[in-house]
Design a protein around this ligand. Structure first.
Ligand code: NAP
Ligand code: MG
Length: 491
């Protein structure tokens, strides 16, 4: 067993059994039930995590609330803890990356960069903490406020529920936990059931770095079973959720007046114009569609290409796609591992079947072996589900368009609004198109990539509410507190 695992699990029948973290204790569990964590590459059970019940959730939230009320917030201490955590994570980089590979099936090269991004994210608290300074506002600018000034403070909200998805099991959860704690909140975190281990280990690292017991609590178990309790609990002030639009909208319906930060599905369009550098564009599009087996909210999910260069682009895509093949996820040279589970693979099968039935032509098509899903490129029409649904797998659909106007119209018809990208060497066209697209971010001459969050990221329309990133996450997880001072005239 890997060494950090030993600190938060115990072997039973040779399988490591992990614990919940409630109120500074890694063993509390009322149900006594567990769920399997499966390696998607081999089908083996690699660990078991507690199947928390409503009572466990209640215990975690009340403990987090209790601790919040007694918390004496010391920002410098928080910074030091995060920087120490970054050093500790560096020491465990390989073990953490291997854990990500084991539970998610992604290749080790991508897992290592996920750990790197998390180390960097921890360091960036030095930049982020400035948001907490708040601001001073002079009153003399407006008649109403003459003779007054205001101090606008940023205060923590209280208990934040952080709910994470499977696709970047360490980074996405960490990118919620770090700013929430930095701002002085307490956190109840729920990792995805497919991939709970790396986030559990991350919380263990925060503990080792000195985060006070009671600041952070870990709940594992089925989102369907315990999610409603978590998001409706009266002591939870904010929900920071990354996951599917279906679950995000369910949460939004239940949450009432709680602060909501929702990072949901995407359907990034790549608009490719006749003056684009086709070879470079094709290489980028394959990376955008196939990296992490396309299991990314910002994955390139449809190409809208001007007719004049469509054949050239399709041929270039076919050639470039040969660099993407599935292999042993632990091999550093492997570009693609597995998709997350059988349900995900079957959904991709159904999307391809639907495209076939609508007359799509396939350029790159190989059969999947278990959960090892090779890349697919196909030319489709707008009748196909692939034209509109989030894919979340290594499939790149291409649609021919007549001109710029049609490309923009089709891009904006999507119910999602997370990302898009524009490929052209005409600077006027690049900005003109970028201005007209409805998405949260538009990338010119490259693919969307949220990375460590130095630029804000988040979606419009059904892709979510709010923005994540250095400083932007703090905005989402704090409330403004304005103190107005009225100066008396001298008598
Ligand atoms: P998911 O099925 O929606 O699950 C996300 C999390 O929500 C998991 O922890 C899940 O727990 C939990 N959950 C499920 N039902 C719940 C409920 N009723 N109440 C509260 N929590 C509940 O998403 P996923 O399959 O893990 O991730 C893929 C999705 O995430 C894609 O749609 C992708 O676009 C989106 N995503 C968005 C971004 C972004 O920044 N916009 C980034 C990454 C991913 P269980 O695992 O126990 O079901
Ligand atoms: Mg799994």
């Amino acid at each position: 067993m890997l060494s950090l695992w030993n600190e938060v699990s115990q072997k039973q029948n040779d399988i490591p059994h992990f614990h919940l973290l409630i109120d500074g204790c890694w063993k509390c569990l009322s149900s006594g039930e567990y769920q399997d964590v499966i390696n998607p590459a081999t089908g083996e059970v690699i660990a078991r995590v507690p199947l928390a019940n409503q009572q466990d959730v209640e215990n975690a939230i009340t403990a987090a609330y209790r601790f919040f009320q007694t918390l004496v917030f010391d920002p410098l201490e928080r910074i030091e803890i995060m920087l120490r955590a970054s050093d500790i994570l560096k020491n465990y980089q390989e073990e953490m990356a291997k854990t990500i590979v084991l539970e998610s099936g992604k290749p080790i090269s991508i897992a290592l960069s996920e750990v790197d991004a998390t180390i960097e994210r921890l360091h960036l608290v030095l930049e982020e903490v400035r948001v907490l300074y708040g601001e001073y506002l002079p009153g003399e600018w407006v008649k109403d406020t003459r003779g007054k000034f205001a101090i606008v403070k940023r205060r923590p909200l209280g208990v934040v529920a952080a709910i994470a998805p499977f696709n970047y099991p360490l980074f996405i959860g960490a990118a919620k936990i770090i700013p929430a704690l930095l701002a002085g909140n307490t956190v109840v975190v729920k990792p995805a059931s497919d991939t709970p281990l790396s986030l559990i280990l991350f919380v263990r690292i925060l503990e080792k770095a000195g985060i006070p017991a009671g600041s952070i609590h870990v709940i594992t178990g089925s989102g369907k079973e315990i999610g409603d309790t978590l998001v409706t609990h009266s002591l939870v002030r904010a929900i920071s959720f990354t996951g599917s639009t279906a679950v995000g909208e369910h949460i939004a319906r239940l949450a009432g007046m709680k602060r909501l930060h929702l990072e949901l599905g995407g359907k990034a369009a790549a608009l490719v114009f006749k003056d684009a550098d086709i070879r470079t564009t094709a290489a980028l599009l394959c990376k955008g569609a196939f990296r992490n087996s396309g299991q990314r909210c910002d994955a390139v999910s449809r190409v809208l290409v001007e007719e004049k260069v469509a054949d050239t682009l399709l041929e270039a895509l076919r050639e470039e796609s040969q660099h993407y093949f599935c292999g042993d996820p632990m091999d550093p040279k492997t570009p693609m591992g597995t998709v997350i589970n059988e349900g995900a693979a079957k959904r991709l099968d159904a999307l391809l079947e639907d495209a076939k039935n609508h007359g799509a032509s396939f350029l790159a098509e190989k059969k999947r072996t278990g959960l090892f899903y090779p890349p697919h490129i196909l030319e489709i029409n707008t009748e196909c589900r692939l034209a509109w649904e989030e894919i979340f797998g290594p499939i790149l659909p291409v649609i021919r368009v007549k001109n710029e106007k049609e490309a923009i119209e089709l891009a904006n018809q999507s119910e999602y609004g997370l990302d898009s990208c524009v490929f052209t060497q005409d600077i006027d066209r690049a900005f003109r198109v970028a201005e007209k697209l409805h998405d949260g971010s538009i990338t010119i001459n490259s693919i969307p990539a949220h990375g460590v969050g130095h630029f804000p990221f988040g979606g419009n329309k059904r892709s979510g509410i709010g923005r994540e990133g250095i400083k932007y996450s703090i905005d989402e997880l704090t409330e403004l507190h304005t103190i107005i001072v009225s100066l008396k005239e001298e008598k």
